[in-house]
Ligand binder design. Sequence first.
Ligand code: T5A
Length: 223
Amino acid sequence: MSLAKKSAAQKLANKFIVIEGLEGAGKSTAITYIANWLALQNMPAENIVYTREPGGTELAEKMRDIVKMDVQGETLQDKAELLLMYAARVQLVEHIIKPALTQGKIVIGDRHNYSSLAYQGGGRGISLPLIHNIKQLALGDFKADFTLYLDIDPAIGLSRARGRGELDRIERQALDFFDRTRNVFISLVKSDEHAVTIDAGQTPELVEQAICVQLDKWLASLA
Ligand code: T5A
């Protein structure tokens, strides 16, 4: 019996692609490259869902506001920050991401679980096994199908971020916070066969090219 070959759009149905990286790495910019690449694969625009974390639902956006805001006389505790990231993620995954994937859509996420391990684990110094346990409690085995990690020198990323406006509570951390965050990102990607690193210090044209090469390779690997 011969089976009809699946089209690219059919292979991409139900897939969750995530972009990760430090501030100013170019994640939002990269999402426009992915959108162009998906159009080349004849993926109908109505079948693509874009998310960002923390955020993406009404309640998750409120949690994002809390994470970003400064409150006079009260510090957001590191553990509270971590729990807010997961609370927002549960809302997004259960209300938006899982339903979209069930409907055969493709979801493009601006940040996901690696950000919590990198920022709250690496940056804040919370134990990674503990974060893994919280992740299991919050999301079970749910994970991205493919992760593109945009690697950038923190000083360059922050200067780009500064160019687009005032820095928020997390962005004002010292450089060594972002060095630790970056190190965790790098080690997570190294041990994940479904994740790749893109050199985000290159020109936008070269970053786009590198992203397309990796997406082509990944698509070719899909059944
Ligand atoms: N967080 C998040 C956690 O601590 N834990 C978690 O679990 C999660 C999910 C979210 C914050 O929350 C933290 C991390 C963050 O601090 P955010 O606003 O979603 O914040 O994320 P940011 O990283 O702050 O978003 P940015 O807009 O700063 O970064 P992007 O999206 O990576 O960068 P982008 O595309 O907006 O580009 C920034 C500037 O650089 C230019 C762009 O034109 C733009 O001006 N640029 C380039 N310039 C030169 N060369 C290139 N190749 C360029 N690519 C883009």
